[in-house]
Design a protein around this ligand. Structure first.
Ligand code: SAH
Ligand code: SF4
Ligand code: F3S
Length: 442
């Protein structure tokens, strides 16, 4: 029987894509994917530590795996990803979770095959986490689940040190992949039938700033991918507002391949809070940026991330966030309760906001944003759009789903001759808070 693996992924698209590389490496070693953890010979948990509740849930998962290990002592249980870049968490696993055999970090994903060998030959637990990033490893095998949409990392790490955020500590400094490598990967994806790529980086707008020649930037990379690969659709995330250039806006306006969606995390609406967050823009400069984007790209959908209850956030500061949300009218927002992360400057700031206040602010913000999302979605009713067909929807397979350029999830009744991966014209007929309905025009 071939060995089988089961990977559970937490956190952002960076981790999702790392798991695709882990699956690719295991495939090369002869492993196949197990249908459930019970059937697996190797279980990997790819972890996230961006907020405390993400971490707590993880320890629940790790604990639950103990019974599987008792049933099958040959099972290898591994924990990788961002959480184990923190030495305190590695120590905790080492001491308290003895059924975990393998720990490795975000900088040595490529080492998985040799670490598994080491477990077999040494018959002991293997814990190997690099505390800083090495060179970029190109050409690692990748097993992507979706045949038509692909994540493509363009840069690793983050240099921004927003005062609340753990990511720079667990993902290392910014490193950009060479444009030729990115172009080649996307060309191969196009040849295999991929219709849409999402370029990934914690802040794609600082792409290329780490090249000594300083001869590339993100706008230029987008032009290169649009003209050099033939990929029908390009998305990217995330854009830090402080670095979003006019050249990027012009590049988007000039290319129909680049989707009309920008994820532009604002985090807070009060300039005082933004300064304490070390975001390097003000409410006013953010609003001016959005006005410029909307003027040049009128059909753009804007989404954002917002944190409520940052240390020292007063009721007046929070009102400014609500005010900004009402003014900008985002298509959608990911909203978070501030979670202190040990080692970040914000965790040591005075005036931590009480949990009850944070929760109440979050509810208020979500209610306002949901109303705006619904209103924005209703504006689409009657308009024509192009959908990339995903296939039968999970909840109700007689209905199919797809996404339009603005990244809206659209439900429709399928017609006989369409297939997942097709790009088809549709007319929007109805709208809810998180989805649209359409009829196909083909
Ligand atoms: N690089 C991206 C995303 C980073 S993590 C960016 O800059 O936008 C995704 C989101 O998690 C962040 O945008 C932020 O809104 C949220 N986040 C990060 N640290 C957090 C913390 N300590 N507490 C609550 N939310 C946090
Ligand atoms: Fe975290 Fe800020 Fe970097 Fe985003 S830009 S990953 S929020 S430090
Ligand atoms: Fe979480 Fe790491 Fe992403 S901390 S949000 S998985 S970069």
């Amino acid at each position: 029987m071939p060995q089988q693996y089961f990977i559970t992924t937490f956190g952002c698209q960076m981790n999702v894509h790392d798991s695709e590389v882990l699956a690719g490496l295991l495939g090369k070693m002869g492993y196949s994917q197990a249908a459930s953890p019970e059937e697996a010979d190797l279980i990997l948990l790819n972890t996230c530590c961006v907020r405390e509740n993400a971490e707590n849930r993880l320890y629940g998962h790790i604990g639950n795996l103990k019974t599987l290990k008792e049933r099958n002592p040959n099972l290898i249980i591994g924990v990788c990803g961002c959480m184990v870049q923190q030495p305190s968490e590695v120590a905790k696993i080492q001491e308290t979770y003895k059924h975990v055999d393998l720990v490795f970090g975000t900088h040595n994903v490529h080492q998985l095959p040799e670490l598994l060998d080491k477990i077999r030959t040494s018959q002991s637990r293997v814990f190997e986490v690099w505390d800083s990033e090495g060179e970029i490893h190109e050409g690692l095998p990748t097993k992507r689940d979706d045949p038509h949409k692909a994540w493509v990392t363009v840069m690793y790490g983050c240099n921004n040190y927003c005062s609340y955020c753990i990511v720079p500590y667990v993902r290392g400094r910014e490193r950009s992949r060479r444009p030729a490598e990115i172009r080649q990967e996307i060309k191969e994806l196009v040849e295999s039938g991929v219709k849409e790529v999402t370029l990934l980086g914690q802040n794609v707008n600082s792409y290329g700033l780490d090249f000594p020649e300083r001869d590339w930037n993100f706008a230029k990379l987008l032009q290169e991918i649009a003209s050099g690969t033939g990929i029908p659709r390009i998305r990217f995330q995330t854009s830090h507002p402080k670095d979003l250039s006019d050249e990027l806006i012009e590049t988007m306006a000039a290319s129909r391949q680049i989707c009309r969606h920008l994820h532009l995390p604002v985090q807070a609406g009060s300039s005082r809070v933004l300064e304490r967050m070390n975001r390097k823009y003000t409410k006013e400069s953010y609003e001016a940026l959005v006005a410029k984007i909307k003027a040049r790209l009128p059909e753009i959908a804007l989404t954002t991330d917002i944190i409520v209850g940052f240390p020292g956030e007063t009721e007046a500061d929070f009102e400014e966030t609500l005010d900004l949300v009402r003014k900008i009218r985002y298509d959608g927002a990911f909203t978070f309760i501030y979670s202190p992360r040990i080692g970040t400057p914000a965790a040591a700031m005075p005036d931590q906001v009480p949990e009850t206040v944070k929760k109440q602010r979050l509810e208020q913000l979500i209610a306002i944003q949901n109303q705006i999302s619904l209103e924005k979605n209703r504006e689409f009713i009657g308009t024509l759009t192009e959908l990339l067909i995903e296939g039968p929807s999970e909840k109700n397979p007689v209905v199919w789903s797809g996404r339009n350029s603005q990244n809206k999830l659209v439900h429709f009744k399928p017609v006989a001759h369409i297939h997942p991966g097709d790009l088809v014209a549709a007319r929007i007929t109805n709208a809810q808070t998180f989805t649209l309905e359409a009829e196909l025009l083909c």
